[in-house]
Design a protein around this ligand. Structure first.
Ligand code: ZN
Length: 601
């Protein structure tokens, strides 16, 4: 048994999340965490909203609110969305907590002390008419990389590359259109080349990574440059050095602060449990007795931050780059065990786009459909290792043909037959070869499905679980217990139904990481009492260090089913079941397509 950190990418708090956001890493990280807990590991699943940086400042300016007010609004929306999907975070927090600021500054100071953060003179923009600093977000121009006219001084939204304002072709002020003047100013840089060797050695020792992630990461090492970690911006974490701390115009760059969230959220979680040092069990190489494994879940556009930059920060803080050094107060920190990157989800053949209305937000989805219907689609057909298209027709088809007609039908007919004929789980008599065969298929599922989830092959894993369902449906059709009604046949009917219900119970456990909401219902239909699949709750908490209160996601996941077959107890009362899944009318396809924006905009 190990300590398993599930570190899930931080959603940016500038709007509600659409299903593309949660398909790549939100739901898969929850499936993984639920399985690992059921298998007996100590899982710590953390994330939060990423709330600093230029885009939030720009949007807040446009909306006439402060960046904090904008972040407050979307932090709450995102917390509710993730709660609705049943994502079992031990802590889902945010980057505007005082705890996060303190941990970010601690890492900055440790890296600086060890010589991995260097000051450099760069060109900063000022407004010629006022003589004041012109923050990056107020400069736009043509992207030198892709030619997009509308790139900002820190990033091109078209190609995603990070930029410096002076790289823009035809730079101009967004305030009054004037051409900014570039003057020398000081910024801090992370000395990434000092980690090339250490990261290369670490990547060489990685096993089981998706090959494209490993190859992409290795290639990044060939051209490492020092990377700016401060910015001309007022919204962000202050720079914790004398002479800089109180400057209102310079802040730590948002990517540097956000990636540290995995650590700060772990510390916050520990502080909230009353054992402030507990986080170390998931982060410290010296942890006694148990392994400490770290799995990081993200979309493929974020690989560089998790396979190169985050390891560089951890190595530098631990004093393990080219310049050596000593660990700071947090001690030596573990590097990721695995970087699990997903591909992209598209919608009806197009990129998700809020402005063009090629989108369905999680909230709207959950108002019209069940969370498990979406979770099923994501597991069975999500962007695990290829870019994947979400279509409403395929969503309805999978819901109706697989979830309702396959799994739901098996649950419904086996339980209703047993309820009608016995009113309880009947006792089994002597088993035939057919009985033993279908029970064995279900039992084997615990090995095959578990191993596949452990290797992040969830598509294959749910396929194996659904194969158990198909075998059970076949068994029922062949044994036809509805025909075994005579007094003479009754004992055989009891045996067949007992076996069928046992396989339903096992298949339900196999499907629990994927479909936790319906798994709880099936468990109860089989006469189970208590928690089978624990759920997260939203809790309004005080900032631990005196900041404003905020909502978190958390939960008690120590309860619930284990990853094993639990023998059903004959005589457990059964009632006629209510359907667990909803069949969707094919007309919803056209309704949903009509909601999508057209091509003209
Ligand atoms: Zn560009």
């Amino acid at each position: 048994m190990s300590h398993v950190l599930a570190a899930v990418a931080w959603p940016y708090a500038n709007g509600p999340r659409h299903i593309g956001h949660v398909s790549g890493f939100g739901v898969p990280s929850d499936v993984f965490s639920r399985y690992m807990r059921m298998a007996g590991h100590d899982v710590l699943m953390v994330s939060g909203t990423d709330e600093h940086g230029t885009p939030i400042q720009v949007q807040a300016d446009a909306d006439g609110v402060t960046p904090r007010q904008l972040a407050d609004r979307y932090n709450r929306v995102i917390v509710e969305d993730l709660h609705g999907l049943g994502l079992s975070y031990d802590l889902f927090t945010r980057t505007t907590t005082r705890n996060h600021y303190a941990i970010v500054q601690e890492l900055f100071e440790g890296l600086h002390r060890n010589g991995y953060i260097v000051a450099r003179t760069t060109l900063g923009a000022i407004s010629p008419s006022t003589g004041r600093t012109l923050p990056d977000r107020y400069i736009e121009g043509t992207c030198p990389i892709c030619g997009y006219d509308g790139a900002r001084g820190d990033q091109c939204d078209n190609c995603g590359n990070q930029l410096d304002p002076e790289q823009l072709v035809n730079p101009r002020s967004r305030i009054n259109g004037e051409t900014p003047q570039f003057v020398e100013t000081e910024h801090f840089f992370l000395d990434l080349p000092a980690f090339a060797e250490a990261i290369g050695g670490w990547l060489d020792r990685r096993e089981n990574w998706r090959p494209n992630v490993l190859k992409f990461s290795r290639n990044l090492l060939d051209d490492l440059q020092p990377r700016a970690i401060t910015r001309d911006l007022e919204w962000g974490v202050p720079i914790p050095l004398d002479g800089w701390r109180d400057r209102a115009d310079k802040r730590i760059y948002v990517w540097f602060d956000a990636v540290i969230g995995y650590l700060s959220a772990s510390v916050e979680w520990a502080r909230r449990t009353g054992d402030p040092e507990a986080w170390r069990q998931w982060w410290s190489a010296d942890a006694q007795g148990k392994d400490a494994l770290g799995y990081y879940f993200m979309g493929k556009d974020n690989i560089v931050f998790h396979s190169v930059i985050w390891p560089a920060l951890l190595l530098g803080y631990s004093g393990e780059g080219d310049k050596a050094g000593a660990p700071g107060d947090l001690g030596k920190l573990n590097l990721p065990t695995e970087v699990v990157s997903s591909e992209y989800l598209t919608m009806e053949g197009k990129k998700f786009s809020s402005s063009r209305r090629v989108v369905i937000y999680v909230r709207d989805f959950l108002e019209r459909y069940d969370a498990d219907a979406l979770r099923y689609f994501i597991a069975a057909a999500g962007p695990e290792s290829n870019d994947t298209d979400f279509t409403w027709a395929e969503f309805v088809r999978r819901n109706n043909d697989e979830l309702v007609a396959g799994w739901g039908n098996l649950v419904n007919r086996s339980i209703s037959m047993a309820a009608k004929n016995f009113g309880e789980i009947p006792a089994a008599g002597e088993l035939t070869d057919e009985d033993r065969a279908v029970l064995a298929v279900a039992k084997t599922g615990f090995t095959t499905v578990g191993e596949l989830i452990g290797k992040h092959r969830q598509k294959a894993a749910i396929g194996e679980a659904m194969r158990v369902v198909a075998e059970a449906n076949k068994y029922l059709s062949e044994q036809a217990p509805w025909k075994l009604k005579s007094d003479e046949d009754k004992p055989r009917q009891a045996t067949v139904l007992h076996v069928a219900l046992q396989v339903v119970s096992d298949a339900n456990t196999l499907l629990t990481p994927f479909l936790p909401h319906s798994a709880q219902k099936v468990f109860e239909l089989l006469g189970g009492v208590g928690v089978h699949a624990p759920m997260p709750r939203i809790e309004e908490v005080e900032d631990l260090d005196g900041g404003p209160s905020y909502p978190i996601l958390t939960g008690d996941y120590t309860v619930g089913a284990r990853w094993e077959s639990v023998p059903l107890v004959a005589g457990t009362p059964l009632a006629a079941p209510k359907p667990v899944f909803r069949k969707l009318d094919p007309s919803v396809v056209e309704e949903e397509l009509a909601r999508l924006g057209g091509d003209e905009s």
